[in-house]
Design a protein around this ligand. Structure first.
Ligand SMILES: C[S@@+](CC[C@H](N)C(=O)[O-])C[C@H]1O[C@@H](n2cnc3c(N)ncnc32)[C@H](O)[C@@H]1O
Length: 391
């Protein structure tokens, strides 16, 4: 007879449409309570995962309304509160930080583990002070805390997506992160979306190779305008020119960066290489001229701009068939490698490793947003399995 083993339990904050939660469910966890204030994401969550999600602002929900005695608290707390513009104010007024909500619930409920996901930029914010503050706050509650920057592509997700994973536990064990199973064998966009490439996008679900395909809908704005240089400019010439003037002035690239408040940008202006070399944008060019005192030789070429049409074939944000996708963001998907449209909602969902039977609800923009916000399901499942070993 099969023993009725209790599954470890999870409470999930900032759940969105449920990417992180689905990975934990796949690894054998039971999600007993979840929350988000984005109504279309909550609708998607309810219809695919369960009714245990509550629509509402977490800062307005009392701890007493959240169940007690669960094993893991999840939360991809949003990082808007940490944006550069807010940072000064935020460091002074720490209540602005939504992670404080997560901290409150860890403090009040004492789960065995917590796991948070955030953008890579969290590590460099305020010269590392923000992450240090977060880690220390959780440590003060008696948790052993570790974090790691992971790239989803290294875990079998067909996407270059770098995110910080913070794990804490109060049961005295080492926090473990899953092994990078696909470090040198990344999955490509073609592997995962090839079958949809020649299938017309449409609102209604349809059948393909015995499977039902939902949400194969896409934005079609592949022509766009952008401000581009009016004249032809050769990056190698500009690079030689700038190097000459920088040497003449006796200033290091690092000093140039410091002058601008950049981290590595100036390095690209002094690098003669077709992949990573770049020409300063006009406002930087004038600032650089003040710093290095160069003549007018390239002023016109570098700084005169005009409004140009982007052709979809030329777009820089085109997805590549033979590599993992670039990061799927909440704002807008990449252009399809061979079609005159953006990646469809279903293609983005596959790149985020949602199964085909996970159906998204809401406006086109809001479906893209739910997917772009999510933790890839496969990465989440791998994280969940490492935690489950202890429970
Ligand atoms: C990065 S997304 C999390 C995605 C989710 N972990 C997943 O894997 O699908 C952050 C979520 O926090 C939600 N959120 C932001 N502020 C909130 C608040 N005050 N109360 C509740 N949810 C909030 C947003 O609506 C968004 O869905």
């Amino acid at each position: 007879m099969k023993k009725n083993i209790r599954k470890p339990t999870v409470v999930s904050l900032f759940s969105g449409c449920g990417g992180l939660d689905l990975g934990f469910i796949n690894a054998g966890f039971d999600i007993i309570w979840a929350n988000d204030f984005f109504s279309e994401a909550v609708e998607t969550y309810k219809k695919n995962i369960g009714d245990h999600i509550i629509l509402g602002d977490i800062s307005q929900i009392k701890s007493s309304e959240i169940p007690n005695d669960f094993d893991v608290l999840l939360g991809g707390f949003p990082c808007q509160g940490f944006s550069i513009a807010n940072i000064k104010r935020s460091m002074e007024d720490e209540r602005n930080f939504l992670y404080k909500e997560m901290l409150r619930i860890v403090k009040d409920k004492k789960p065995k583990f917590f796991l948070a996901e955030n953008v890579k930029g969290l590590l460099s914010m305020h010269k590392g002070k923000v992450i240090e503050m977060i880690v220390n706050d959780f440590k003060k509650l008696g948790y052993k805390v570790d974090y790691k920057l992971v790239n989803s592509a290294d875990y079998g997700v067909p996407q270059q997506r770098e995110r910080v994973i913070i794990i804490g536990n109060r049961i005295g064990v080492k926090n473990k992160f899953p092994k990078e199973s696909h470090k040198n064998k990344h999955i490509t966009v073609k592997n995962i979306c090839g079958d949809l490439a020649n299938v017309r996008t449409r609102d209604l679900p349809f059948s393909l190779d015995g499977k039902t395909i939902h949400n194969h809908v896409a934005r079609t704005n592949v022509h766009d305008k952008f401000w581009g240089r009016k004249h032809k400019v050769n990056q190698h010439d500009i690079c030689d020119y700038l190097k000459y003037w920088r040497n003449k002035k006796g200033i290091s690239t690092k000093k140039v960066d410091e002058h601008f408040g950049y981290a590595h940008t100036a390095g690209h202006w002094f690098r003669k290489d077709n992949n990573s070399g770049s020409i300063p944008k006009p406002e930087d060019w004038w600032k650089l001229k003040n710093l290095l005192g160069f003549d007018d030789k390239y002023d016109k070429q570098v700084t005169e701009l005009e409004l140009k049409e982007i052709k979809f074939e030329q777009s820089l944000r085109i997805n590549n068939w033979d590599r993992p996708s670039d990061t799927i963001t909440a704002t807008g998907p990449e252009i399809h490698p061979s079609k005159k449209r953006r990646m469809s909602v279903r293609e983005c969902a596959r790149i985020q490793t949602f199964p085909d039977n996970f159906v998204f609800y809401g406006s086109l923009g809001n479906m893209y947003k739910q997917i772009g916000n999510a933790v890839p399901v496969l990465l989440s499942e791998k994280l969940a399995k490492t935690i489950k070993k202890y429970l």
